[in-house]
Ligand binder design. Structure first.
Ligand code: PEP
Ligand code: MN
Length: 338
């Protein structure tokens, strides 16, 4: 961290500032400039609050050199992390995974049928929401525990591991018992108690990007989970809110190489929530694979026009299969399997 201090700072201010850093185990080097004095801090600055340092009237500027995240940081873990989700490997140089399923579980038979269709199309995991974060309290809120049991049944029938969203830590035991990959939804990306709770369990976590969060905030959310001991985090980009109205969200594909440069964790893309429009799902899926995504999570429904949530962005099973077939061709071009 580099701190630029105004020339009119008193000797006592400077002494106190340096002492504060040294008390935290940091070493401080001073360079006397013509207009400013510059202090370089060496050591673990991750616990320092640069805004607080800048609040000193004699401090001109504070620049962080090291990223504030450690466990997720590629610097301290150069090799890719490969996350094992009930035998399915996510991440690494070779494999691309495709997860499919409805936005919401709508019943036992429905989810079991879709599980078979997802599997037949080449999907390797089943998604389906049982606890749904809906904008309106009057919209379908999900089947709850019944939906989780239906997902578990679909898993035992199809053999596909299941991913579903956890909205509240008080349901964590149920998820530990039945769910293979715990989804933290966009709206909960900065629910720090929830992040800490899943950080204390041993299940892999699918961490969606918040509706309007920066990449650094997103990585810090992963850091919350990892700092509690759970290293099994998979990022999921699902579009961010911008001024654009032709799409539900704006898919930020540039996060793929950025997340891969900054962290060692896998990243998958959700083209369904990112676009809100089934017609855009195929092209965005192919672009995501070409850009280096480790997987896709796509909403699939037999009758999208009758879906209980997110029908407009859901693919029919045959269209889902076509995305996988085309995606495989792109995957092969870039030396990966799907
Ligand atoms: C979902 O996956 O159904 C969902 C609600 O996603 P997000 O949190 O990305 O909106
Ligand atoms: Mn949805």
């Amino acid at each position: 961290m580099i701190i630029t201090v105004k020339k009119n700072a008193s000797k006592e201010d400077i002494r106190n500032l340096i002492k504060g850093f040294e008390n935290r185990g940091l070493s401080v080097t001073e360079i006397q400039g013509e207009s400013f004095n510059v202090f370089g801090l060496v050591g673990d600055t991750s616990k320092l609050d640069e805004r607080l340092i800048k609040a000193n009237p004699f401090v001109e500027n504070v620049t962080r050199i090291a990223a504030p995240y450690k466990k997720a940081n590629r610097l301290f873990h150069p090799e890719d992390s490969v996350i094992d989700v009930a035998g399915i490997k996510v991440g690494g140089k070779e494999n691309i995974v495709v997860i499919g399923g409805p936005c919401s579980v709508e019943g036992n038979d429905m989810i079991c049928r879709i599980a078979q269709q997802v599997k037949a199309a080449g999907g390797v995991m089943l998604r389906g929401g049982a606890y749904k974060p809906r904008t309106s309290p009057y919209a379908f809120q999900g089947m709850g525990s019944e939906g989780i049991l239906a997902m578990a049944k679909a898993r035992s029938m199809s053999g596909l591991p299941i991913v579903t969203e956890l909205m509240s830590a008080d349901k964590l035991d149920e998820f530990i018992e039945y769910v293979d990959l715990i989804q933290i939804g966009a709206r909960n990306m900065q629910n720090f108690d929830l992040l800490k709770a899943v950080g204390r369990c041993d299940k892999p976590v699918l961490l969606k990007r918040g509706l309007a969060n920066t990449i650094e905030e997103w990585i810090m959310a992963a850091e919350y989970i990892m700092s509690e001991g759970n290293d099994k985090v998979i990022f999921c980009e699902r579009g961010i809110r911008t001024f654009e109205k032709y799409t539900r969200n704006t898919l930020d594909l540039s996060v793929i190489p950025i997340i891969k440069e900054k962290t060692h964790l896998p990243i998958i893309i959700d083209p369904s929530h990112a676009t809100g429009d089934w017609k855009l799902v195929e092209s965005m899926s192919l672009a995501a694979i070409a850009a280096g995504a480790d997987g896709l999570i796509i909403e699939v429904h037999e009758q999208p026009e009758c879906a209980w949530s997110d029908g407009a962005q859901s693919l029919k099973p045959e269209k889902f299969q076509r995305v996988i077939e085309k995606g495989r061709a792109i995957a092969h071009v870039i030396g990966r399997d799907m």
